[in-house]
Design a protein around this ligand. Structure first.
Ligand code: ADP
Ligand code: MG
Length: 214
């Protein structure tokens, strides 16, 4: 196949992503500790650990149900600003979509575009504000370009991961306008945004899983 992902495969991919996020707890805490209140790693690990616990039992026929379950777990367990933001990243993209038997690269592009738009409406952050949007938006644009170029799923996810990483690197140059990092002014320069690092970790893990498994 290579160009389609079933609900079962999506579930396995999200479990792999969750493992990667949990492994990075300390790293994320350290970054948020420098220009925030140091709770980002703990919050992310709490949410994604619960995905590792609960998602295996989710018997879904349609990939959209897996997105919904993962996002609901994050919303229910993470709490705080980033619980809503990362819950939105997984849930908001699928609410208005019909259920499918599998996802193609264009579906990933459409789903993450809708969730990015919802996240931006909710959080009011734009590119350049030193938030997760700086990694998420370039990743979505890369998915859209990959869909237009009819790339295979794993190539599209690799392009998205690369763009998320570039966006995360770009946050090092910025001062923050949102979240607690805004109180750190010039001190934030040189340090990436913790949420942008999380978005990159998520996309990198999706790409790494796809490279090996589809
Ligand atoms: P808190 O800021 O409440 O301590 P976390 O530390 O878990 O929450 O998450 C902080 C991350 O959330 C930031 O690094 C940033 O990427 C993201 N963030 C915060 N506010 C916004 C916003 N308004 N829009 C988009 N992302 C945001
Ligand atoms: Mg924090």
């Amino acid at each position: 196949m290579g160009n389609q992902m079933t609900a079962q495969e999506l579930k396995e991919m999200f479990l792999f992503v969750a493992g990667r996020v949990v492994e990075n707890e300390e790293h994320l805490t350290e970054i948020d500790g420098k220009i925030g209140d140091g709770d980002h790693g703990t919050g992310m690990a709490m949410g994604f650990r619960e995905i590792l616990r609960e998602l295996p039992a989710c018997e879904a026929e349609h990939p959209e149900e897996i997105f919904k379950e993962a996002g609901t777990i994050l919303l229910d367990t993470m709490g705080g600003a980033s619980g809503v933001l990362f819950g939105t990243m997984f849930i908001s993209g699928i609410v208005k979509r019909p259920l499918n038997d599998f996802l193609e690269i264009k579906d990933f592009a459409e789903i993450f575009r809708s969730s990015l738009d919802a996240l931006k409406r909710r959080g009011k952050a734009k590119i350049g504000d030193k938030t997760m949007v700086d990694a998420f938006e370039p990743a979505v644009i890369a998915l859209e370009k990959s869909a237009a170029d009819r790339l295979a799923l794993k190539e599209g996810l690799a392009a998205a991961a690369q763009s998320a990483r570039a966006g995360m690197e770009y946050t090092k140059e910025l001062k923050a306008r949102f979240g607690r990092a805004k109180y750190f002014g010039e001190k934030a320069i040189g340090i990436p945004d913790a949420g942008a690092v999380s978005v990159w970790i998520i996309y990198q893990a999706m790409s790494d899983w796809a490279a090996e498994n589809i």
